[in-house]
Write a new protein. Sequence first.
Length: 291
Amino acid sequence: MATVAILVHPTRADARELATATVEWLGDQGHGARLLLLGKPNSVVEDGVELDLADVNLQGVDLAASLGGDGTFLRLAPLATAAGVPVIGVNFGRLGYLLELQPAQLREAIGRALAGDVTMLERSALTVSVAAGELDAAEQGRSWFALNEIVLEKTVFGHTVRLATAIDGEPFLTYSADGLLIATPTGSTAYNLSAGGPVLAPALRAMVMTPVAPHLTLDRSLVLHPDQSVTVTIMDGPPAVLVVDGKEAARLDPGSELTCRVDPRPVRIVSLGGRGFAEVLASTLARDARS
């Protein structure tokens, strides 16, 4: 008997309906299920109990499925990766850059994944931590996990934020910019691409650092080896906000120091095969141009 965890976007009635039907189907197949409803902000409801998303433990689960859009998948990825669980992404959103499967394919994907008859894609993620500076008490000692990117952004309209960077402990550049982002290959087609950064093949283990609207400094991206680390210090002036996969994580005052590196654990994504990297990228860019 296997156990499947299903994370569902709360406002999508069609996703909740499919999740409920899938739980019943799994029971008929002799399997167990955990149904998690994504809450706001970062919380989930399981069996009527609301939990902080960071406290959800998927140990003992054999497979996890995300029913929603990219945001739902990005909330599930760190939970599944921490437990070594592969993830199925089912697209109920508008764009679904990260999501290969349509709702009608969910049962096939679960059945084939449990039978070992799927392609298992491995994607790099980032771990970011703050070693110094002012944080809320609840954030002290925290680290964050990102499948797409982390961004340090300005907090004061009309002003830049000053960010001193170091690579493997060696001083690099100090940016005066709207922000600085560090993206995974998976996230290189998101904010990084909009900021002028390069697209990286998704199977690469790497990270790319891209300044956002820098003033009087290098405006090019830097692609880094997975064993390297980037340290960013908030310099004098306005504070910065740390955004992890599109969600505000912390506000950092001058003197705060952040370190980012490629997480040693890959995100394992279930694929039924089909389109390759070039076709997916071309269709995504074409869809962006039409939207």
